[in-house]
Design a protein. Structure first.
Length: 284
């Protein structure tokens, strides 16, 4: 394996010994525990073989081999609109939507096994048949595994904001990711995003507004006094210095989508006094 000239070769860790473990782009997640206990372990043992897609790997255990392919018609046993959630967490949102929309199929993309195991618990409890999951790095799923134009709706809710400026390169939503999302989404397909951090919300808006592949569903909406960004800056939320003269004249924020259930994660954000920014774009 060769390393692009613009990237420095790894000097420590497993990749330094074997370049097949080297990734040219930083991943948007960090390693966490994968051990399962109790109901999660039991549900995983019963359901994972059926509901978790077995993906051929390239190098790391969350990578996707270039030969991987997802045949939705074969997996779900029918042809239906496909919704993909990137970073499904504990599976609350996708399981709730799958109950409300049995006419649609859903794919959860998550790197943490405990989260996927909790989704298996929900699948059992709700008797779901229209949900599948994959434990893999999201950009590789969009770029390799999913067929071009095969996704009807894409969700990215509350991905890691990576607060420090030096870590912003790890943020999921950036120009390169938007191109991968455009590849997977069908023309007219919808990309829904949400975050509880204003700085990341501004980056999302900047990336999607600049993309030639997407158009906002709410251009110019919720500006000025109606903008959550105006409120955050003026009130000095999230640790910002209060700026009483700040006004968000750009807007583009979507109203809270009623198809997104209030998850435990979002509930914690509200309790901490953070506002939630919603965005919605259409694949051109």
């Amino acid at each position: 394996m060769s390393i692009p000239q613009e990237h420095k070769p790894p000097v420590s860790g497993r990749a330094a010994e074997d370049l097949s473990y080297y990734r040219s782009e930083p991943v948007s997640f960090v390693r966490r525990g994968s051990r399962l206990h109790g109901k999660r372990e039991e549900a995983w043992e019963r359901q994972a073989d059926r509901f978790v897609i077995d993906v051929p790997r390239h190098h790391a255990d969350t990578s996707v081999h270039e030969d991987a392919a997802f045949d939705a018609d074969a997996v779900y046993g029918r042809r239906a609109p496909l919704t993909v959630e990137i970073g499904s967490g504990l599976g609350e949102a996708i399981a709730h939507a799958a109950v409300d929309h049995p006419e649609r199929d859903f794919l959860a993309v998550e790197v943490y096994r405990p989260g996927l195991a909790q989704l298996m618990v929900r699948i059992e409890q709700k008797g779901l048949e229209n949900v599948r999951a994959v434990q893999a790095n999201a950009p590789e799923v969009l770029d390799v595994m999913l067929a071009p134009g095969s996704v009807d709706e894409l969700w990215v809710f509350f991905s890691d904001p990576w607060h420090k400026a030096k870590h912003h390169k790890r943020r999921l939503v950036k120009e390169s990711f938007a191109a991968k999302a455009a590849r997977a989404l069908a023309p007219g397909g919808i990309w829904r995003l949400a975050t509880d951090w204003s700085n990341y919300a501004e980056q999302m808006r900047e990336v999607l507004d600049a993309s030639p592949d997407f158009e906002s569903l709410h251009p110019g909406e919720r500006t000025g006094e109606d903008s959550p960004l105006t409120l955050v800056r003026r009130a000095g939320l999230e640790g910002h210095e209060p700026d009483p003269d700040f006004t968000d004249d750009r807007g583009g924020w979507a109203p809270r989508w009623d198809g997104r259930m209030l998850t435990s994660f979002e509930g914690k954000a509200h309790k901490a006094g953070r506002l939630v920014f919603d965005l919605a774009y259409r694949r051109i």
